[in-house]
Design a protein around this ligand. Sequence first.
Ligand SMILES: *[C@@H]1O[C@H](CO)[C@@H](O)[C@H](O)[C@H]1NC(C)=O
Ligand SMILES: *[C@@H]1O[C@H](CO)[C@@H](O)[C@H](O)[C@H]1NC(C)=O
Ligand SMILES: *[C@@H]1O[C@H](CO)[C@@H](O)[C@H](O)[C@H]1NC(C)=O
Length: 222
Amino acid sequence: MACKFYAVCVLLACVLLAGVPLSQGKESCELSLLEAVLEHPDLEELAIVIEGAELIAILDDLEQVTLFAPNNNAFNGSNGLLSLLGLEGASLIDFLLNGNNKAASILLYHIVTKPYTASQLTNGLSLETELSGYNLTVSISSTGSVVIVGGASNATVVTPNIQVCGSVVHIINAVLLPGALSTIPSQPSNSTPGSTSAAPNQAISSTLLLGLVATATSVLLL
Ligand SMILES: *[C@@H]1O[C@H](CO)[C@@H](O)[C@H](O)[C@H]1NC(C)=O
Ligand SMILES: *[C@@H]1O[C@H](CO)[C@@H](O)[C@H](O)[C@H]1NC(C)=O
Ligand SMILES: *[C@@H]1O[C@H](CO)[C@@H](O)[C@H](O)[C@H]1NC(C)=O
């Protein structure tokens, strides 16, 4: 009898322990927005930009938002971020290492302050973003595609409705820009919303980027 009770306790302890990694601070969520990005193969370039723009902590904390997540192709090629910014000669890493942290503003522009599923994205809807003072607008094309318009840029939703912890991720095919490069506000790295880091503004290093790749790999292996 005592032995049977012991076995039940061990089993219960195992179940409780197994549950611990899933509940770190967010009881009902198995995945943070950050982890959802890190584990998605179409979002590898976005993950690098998130790390480079020092938005790791924010993406790990945000809940109840919509993330329009540019896919890998959105950063490369003639319609990629660098071309849109007129920086064809540069690499994504060069842009991030440049230190002006406009990349953080550009990323915050992709996060809408409330969760919207694809069916809630109606034509003409204005969406308030985490980049203070900047909205995106929904445009439904004649073929029914959901197009997100911001500044002079727009992007089409290619993979809608990835549900993450009260938030919704829609993968889009281009990077949205709040304006021309010179007009995009820079984010002081210590005052980005939700940032808890007290670290001084520091240039990102390739070591950090490698760390991110390692993180992404370990998340994939989980
Ligand atoms: C995008 O281009 C960079 C180099 O500019 C390259 O490292 C990366 O693999 C490319 N990504 C994709 C998805 O083609
Ligand atoms: C931005 O979107 C919010 C939420 O839809 C709306 O209340 C606000 O009026 C919009 N602002 C602008 C400048 O369009
Ligand atoms: C999206 O951008 C393309 C290229 O600039 C433009 O032709 C198209 O009209 C835009 N669509 C919307 C809905 O703004």
